[in-house]
Design a protein around this ligand. Structure first.
Ligand code: NDP
Ligand code: 2IT
Length: 444
């Protein structure tokens, strides 16, 4: 059996009940066969792949907190410090009831290669908790965040591990966590990114993931002689990534007609009203039914369904495995030309294969959503030099980074005879950088 197949089997056997982690490992290892096969003896001797798929460290802890009625609750907290070959661990914190160690490991594993693609010195990590922020008061959120950080603060620091936001963790949560870190460690340092502007945050970090997604989508389309202007896009999600993806798509002249949350979705034939969406999701923290109330021309549907809507470009920005084979077939039937992932691994393995085999341009999340973590790294730079850059400066760096990522993943795919396969290109380009650093640092 090939080294890669052995490792995939091992991962499944040693990490049972973690299907998303298996999926992420399979996708990356499948793409790098050509490099591994050519170096098999050396890689085996160095246990290279074993070191790649086993996190450097996994931390799991109890998070007790007290609700507004005085009742205590216990959630589980996680931080997986996956790979520090090219820099301090970097990656978000997810707060969602579906969080378990397998989810955090899949996200942490993806983060290694994503962070490498940014060209910035950041290693891969991820964390979070099965806590559900929905319906909680600000006081309850603070109670949870303080308790979570009371334990996490022992393992992180500006030069060791720098967490940030993800699903369920936005500016409010980062603020509470930063306050508790500072209080316990006595350090005002860049230990978290996505901070508020008044205490060390970076301009354009809020917008970065969504804007970055559109910068790379635009680069992809231009490379294929397509103008994004006038195109129709469908977006899933209504959170941080989705909102700023919609905003930038509209600035580039596309029309975005959908968004969704965990209970339903909106079809707005006039184009999504971003100011209204921000008010509903960022200020009122309400459901999408409120959108329909304010825009009578729009339709609200329960459940899922955005991929049924006719479009030129599809941008999944909610969560993993939200775009299935049936959805992919529908997109194809509707004439969609490109799918670029804003979320992490939103397209199932079967759907990805179908899109690639049917001539639909496809960029995987580790390349197309890396603008968020790239701008987090820019926030770290600003914190280190105790300066703040203008919005325009950060935004133009972000745009340059995304255009570079597109050029690098295209070139990597081409170099190995897989032109246009951006999944292979992203995995190979990310892996080559990490491999080089791991080899230089010996067996650690
Ligand atoms: P948010 O919490 O801001 O928004 C998440 C959105 O997705 C919400 O609309 C939410 O609906 C919906 N959603 C979440 N889970 C589910 C689910 N299980 N089923 C259906 N809908 C769901 O998170 P972000 O926008 O930050 O993250 C979205 C995706 O982008 C994630 O995959 C994340 O890992 C990825 N990502 C985020 C980055 C960032 O900088 N924030 C960077 C790179 C990737 P509801 O409000 O009802 O829960
Ligand atoms: O998935 C991701 O890249 C993020 N949630 C952002 C991580 C970060 O450190 O900004």
């Amino acid at each position: 059996m090939s080294y890669i197949d052995e490792i995939i089997e091992q991962v499944i056997e040693k990490n049972p009940d973690e299907p998303e982690f298996h999926q992420a490992v399979r996708e990356v290892l499948d793409s790098i066969r050509v490099i591994v096969d050519a170096n098999e003896a050396q890689f085996r001797r160095d246990a290279l792949l074993e070191r790649l798929v086993n996190p450097e460290r996994q931390i799991k802890f109890r998070v007790p907190w007290i609700d507004d009625q005085g009742n205590a609750h216990v959630n589980t907290g996680y931080r997986v410090q996956f790979n520090s070959a090219i820099g301090p661990y970097k990656g978000g914190l997810r707060l969602h009831p579906s969080v378990n160690i397998g989810i955090i490991k899949f996200l942490g594993f993806e983060q290694i290669f994503k962070n490498a693609l940014t060209g910035l010195p950041i290693g891969g990590g991820k964390g979070g908790s099965d806590f559900d922020p929905k319906g909680k008061s600000d006081r309850e959120i603070m109670s949870f965040c303080q308790s979570f950080m009371s334990e996490l603060c022992k393992y992180i620091g500006a030069d060791t591990d720098v967490p940030a936001g993800d699903i369920g963790t936005g500016a409010r949560e980062i603020g509470y966590m930063f306050g508790q870190y500072k209080r316990l460690r006595g350090l005002f340092e860049g230990v978290l990114t996505g901070k508020g502007l008044s205490y060390g945050g970076s301009l354009a970090r809020t917008e970065a993931t969504g804007y970055g997604l559109l910068y790379i989508t635009d680069a992809l389309l231009r490379d294929h002689n397509v103008d994004i202007k006038g195109k129709t896009a469908v977006v899933s999600g209504a959170g941080n990534v989705a909102i700023y993806a919609i905003e930038k798509a509209q600035q580039l002249g596309a029309k975005v007609v959908t968004c969704s949350d965990s209970t339903g979705w909106i079809y707005d034939p006039d184009g999504i009203d971003v100011a209204l969406l921000k008010d509903i999701k960022e200020v009122r923290r309400a459901r999408l039914t409120a959108y329909k109330d304010a825009r009578p021309n729009a339709e609200y549907h329960e459940g899922r369904g955005v991929w049924q809507v006719k479009c030129d470009v599809a941008l999944p920005c909610a969560t993993q495995n939200e775009l299935t084979l049936d959805d992919a077939k529908q997109l194809k039937a509707n004439g969609c030309i490109a799918v670029c992932e804003g979320a992490n691994m939103p397209t199932t393995e079967e759907a990805t294969k179908f899109l690639q085999e049917n001539g639909i341009l496809f960029i995987p999340g580790k390349a197309s959503n890396c603008g968020g973590v790239a701008t987090s790294a820019l926030e770290m730079s600003q914190n280190s030099e105790r300066l703040s850059w203008s919005f325009e400066e950060v935004d133009s760096k972000l745009k340059g980074i995304m255009e570079n990522v597109y050029a690098n993943i295209s070139a990597a795919a081409k170099k190995y005879g897989m032109e246009g396969n951006y999944v292979a290109g992203a995995n190979i380009a990310g892996f080559e950088k990490v491999l080089n650093a791991m080899n230089a640092q010996g067996i650690v």
